[in-house]
Design a protein around this ligand. Structure first.
Ligand code: IDP
Ligand code: MG
Length: 134
């Protein structure tokens, strides 16, 4: 079934001018870019976007990292978009991500892993609403 999912290019990757390479990889893998924007995350959005992680030991560094530079947000569509994008993105820890996955190529650690992908259809709906409220 055709689905929408939410994709972010995080500040480590935008800061290295890797936006084009990453979006190319996404398009080459059958995803259609339905919506696209460049923005910065503030504290309020970080708290909402990563609500499930508020209070965890890594949350402060995650929030600081996500507020440290430009983010590209994209709503993507494809058959089985949620699962297929998670596969393309790879393991949370870039050093453990499958060869060829975006995190293996671009990410440098578990925190600075270059991209975000929604983990379920419900998360996708929630995250699309947060990033593209219009
Ligand atoms: P995911 O992005 O693969 O869904 P989550 O567990 O939902 O991974 O964590 C959200 C984000 O928080 C990760 O992408 C990463 O940037 C950061 N993060 C998660 N776990 C750690 C950790 O143990 N140390 C540092 N950062 C972490
Ligand atoms: Mg997650």
């Amino acid at each position: 079934m055709k689905q929408n999912t939410l994709f972010l290019i995080k500040p480590d990757a935008t800061g290295r001018n890797e936006i084009g390479q990453i979006l190319s990889k996404v398009e080459e893998n059958g995803f259609e870019i339905e919506k696209l924007k460049m923005f910065k995350m503030d504290e309020e959005l970080a708290n909402k976007f990563y609500a499930e992680h508020v209070g965890k030991p890594f949350f402060a560094s995650l929030s600081e990292f996500m507020r440290s530079g430009k983010i590209v947000g994209a709503m993507l569509s494809r058959e089985d978009a949620v699962l297929k994008l998670r596969e393309l993105v790879g393991n949370t820890d870039s050093t453990k991500a499958n060869l060829g996955s975006i995190r293996a190529v671009h990410g440098t650690s578990k925190g600075e892993n270059s991209v975000h992908a929604s983990d379920s259809i419900e998360s996708a709906k929630r995250e699309i609403g947060l990033i593209f409220p219009e």
